[in-house]
Design a protein around this ligand. Structure first.
Ligand code: NAD
Length: 350
């Protein structure tokens, strides 16, 4: 019996969390869940949106499923007061990752059969999430000037480069593509390129290709990116994974996971979608597939395969409005659960 953390999130978060937990309960009935409230919208007045107890709870469990959290525009900074100096995070989602030392955000970009009329995509984005322009170092100088600092360190880029090349070897990708802008950001993106080229020499079986991130964006939209691990910094990865998810049919389809050395947090690539919260229109597939990534990470590849196959089956019958259908979040969850059960009847049903 394994226990995982559940962060139900904001906006559509609770709805897609409920859908996902139903699917996981069918596919991996041995799992139990510890709910961990995090975020600005937790009821109860003034509070710390990321209590130390929540961070410690996720760390203790080792794995958690996280629904999206609202990061208020312009006021969503989080400050954690520490004896060795305050830590400032630009948003709650950034704070969750960095408080847990999660450095690699992995977002599989894979077109599902019959969903999108656009090009078929099949690659894996690895996004460095511990630094970059999302380091939280910003200044306002008077009324008319603001500056943000892009932080790039050799240590963080050695770590993410090794992670990416190891993933490419383990999962049979022959190529790592680094997206950067070293022709303009000569020193910051230039250091990323330098470090990734150095690390690449230790993985001769994997080809390294580097591309300007703007050209990479248009290659994604045209379906011209080969099967590869696509390594991006924090901001480029944030933007291009939403673009890529959109090309596959909907931002609501994209799964993801954040990995550290000993903790992993699984979350869809989309946000809290407050515009459709409570309407039943939320597509739960991105979080359901993130749940499949979680059970694969926990060692149950058969259950993960079953969930992924059940999602494909369900989408032939039911689709939420973002995919042009009329089904509700619950309809999709029902159909995925049914397909999981049909593929592997439980002992009680057999
Ligand atoms: P968003 O991804 O929430 O929504 C963008 C558009 O996509 C909206 O029209 C929304 O309705 C639609 N959409 C998103 N997910 C969907 C789904 N599962 N099914 C159907 N439609 C879906 O982006 P936003 O509006 O820019 O952000 C809303 C809030 O979410 C903000 O507070 C933002 O900071 C937060 N956010 C959180 C995360 C995270 O938790 N990792 C990521 C991105 C944004």
């Amino acid at each position: 019996m394994a226990t995982v953390g559940i962060i139900p999130g904001d906006g559509i978060g609770p709805e897609i969390t409920e859908a996902t937990v139903r699917v996981l309960s069918a596919a991996a009935p041995y799992l139990s869940y510890e709910y961990i409230p995090v975020g600005h919208l937790i009821p109860g007045g003034e509070h710390d949106p990321l209590p130390d107890a929540a961070v410690a709870g996720i760390r203790r469990l080792g794995a958690a499923l996280k629904a999206p959290l609202v990061a208020p525009r312009r006021t969503g900074r989080i400050v954690k007061v520490r004896p060795d100096g305050d830590r400032v995070y630009p948003s709650i989602n950034n704070a969750v990752r960095r408080e847990l030392d999660l450095f690699a955000n992995v977002r599989p970009i894979q077109s599902l059969p019959g969903i999108s009329s656009g090009p078929d995509l099949d690659f894996l984005i690895v996004r460095e999430v511990s630094e970059g322009t999302y380091s939280g170092i910003e200044y306002r100088i008077g009324d008319d000037v603001a500056q943000a600092v892009k932080v790039v360190t050799r240590g963080a880029w050695e770590r993410i480069a090794h992670f990416s090349f190891r993933l490419a070897v383990e999962q049979g990708y022959g190529r790592v593509i680094l997206g950067h802008k070293a022709n303009v950001l000569n020193l910051t993106d230039g250091l990323e390129l330098e470090v990734v080229q150095e690390v690449a020499r230790q993985y001769p079986e994997v080809e390294l290709q580097d591309m300007m991130v703007d050209a990479l964006g248009q290659a994604i939209v045209r379906g011209a990116v080969p099967r590869a691990v696509v390594l991006l910094d924090n901001q480029y990865g944030d933007i291009l994974s939403d673009v890529a998810a959109g090309v596959t049919g909907s931002i609501g389809l994209g799964p993801g996971a954040n990995f550290g050395e000993s903790v992993a947090v699984f979350e869809a690539c989309h946000g809290a979608a407050p515009d459709i919260a409570g309407t039943g229109r939320a597509n739960p597939v991105g979080l359901i597939l993130s749940g499949a990534m979680m059970i694969r990470h926990l060692g149950d590849a058969a259950a993960a395969d079953a969930v992924e196959a059940a999602v494909e089956t369900a989408l032939t019958r039911v689709r939420t409005p973002d995919l042009g259908g009329t089904a509700t979040t619950t309809d999709v969850a029902d159909a995925v659960v049914e397909a999981v059960r049909a593929a592997a009847p439980s002992p009680a049903q057999a």
